[in-house]
Ligand binder design. Sequence first.
Ligand code: MRU
Length: 344
Amino acid sequence: MAVKTIEWRADSVRMIDQRLLPGREVVRTYRDFRGVAEAIRTMVIRGAPAIGVAAAMGAALGLKGFAGEKALTRFKLVSKTLRATRPTAVNLAWAVDRMERVLEANLHLDKDHLFRRMREEALAIYREDLAVNKSLGRYGAELLASPATVLTHCNAGALATAGYGTALGVIRAAREAGKRVAVYADETRPFLQGSRLTAWELRKDHIPVTVIADNMAATVLAKGRVNCVIVGTDRTAANGDVANKIGTYPLAVMARRHGVPFYVAAPLSSIDLNCESGESIPIEERDPKEVVEFAGKRVAPNGVAVFNPAFDVTPAELVTAIITERGIARPPYSQSLRELKDKG
Ligand code: MRU
């Protein structure tokens, strides 16, 4: 996809405002870490790997003009602010931890050199994410027949990463390998990442896409219209339980009911071996307005109670395979995920 999700330019971070897509393509520029944190919190940028990259770039911006002890004190504030934005995507904490290790190893540098070193690390995280997606895509593409039709949920595409995508990266890689692939995209209530973002980026790449409302997925599966389901993840636990956009779990249940393989595309940075199972994954709850308003207009009665969890957890037993940049993990995941992590 030609449009860049996030970019470092002249000591500022530029992001396409995903809240306005597909209607308007507006690029926003941030020059300080607070702006980047706000962009993550308000979903200007979203998707686990993309917010990891944004947090790394934000951390670099936050250290501009600091060195030594002052840099350490400053980083505490920067790190706390960035980590508080969105709790479920482990990539965010993973990226901030990595930036912290680089800071600690470079406290001898003066402020200009320290800033350059931090910027370099943030850019490395960006470049690595792109490479990881391509590698993951190649492994995943081998799972697809030709022709194949894939059902996906939310947006695990170029917009959710440094580029190329995880779930959509598999589809792109299959196309590059000469396979014919079409996509069904769940609308993904309430934020509509599927109908707004997945459909937008697939259209840009001329990949056939059909949008459905989330409650139509069972019909699509029952009618045998898809060969497999592929989704991304915000955090996958050591036992293979998968936290992803709300609505992923029912999709996995329905896929099992209809004998359709359910694949998760997960860069190793999204796999959290410190979380034993899905039970210990923190699930973000978002503003009730996302549920009771539609396109900025209230559609539910005033005063009604709302529950708005942004993610759900799919139990490992419903996951056919987890596609990573180092290969494909199969059950039992407590063993296969650890082996892939250790491989590096
Ligand atoms: O709330 P979002 O839009 O950040 O949620 C994104 C997802 O659920 C994605 O599937 C996940 O982050 C993986 S993106 C490669």
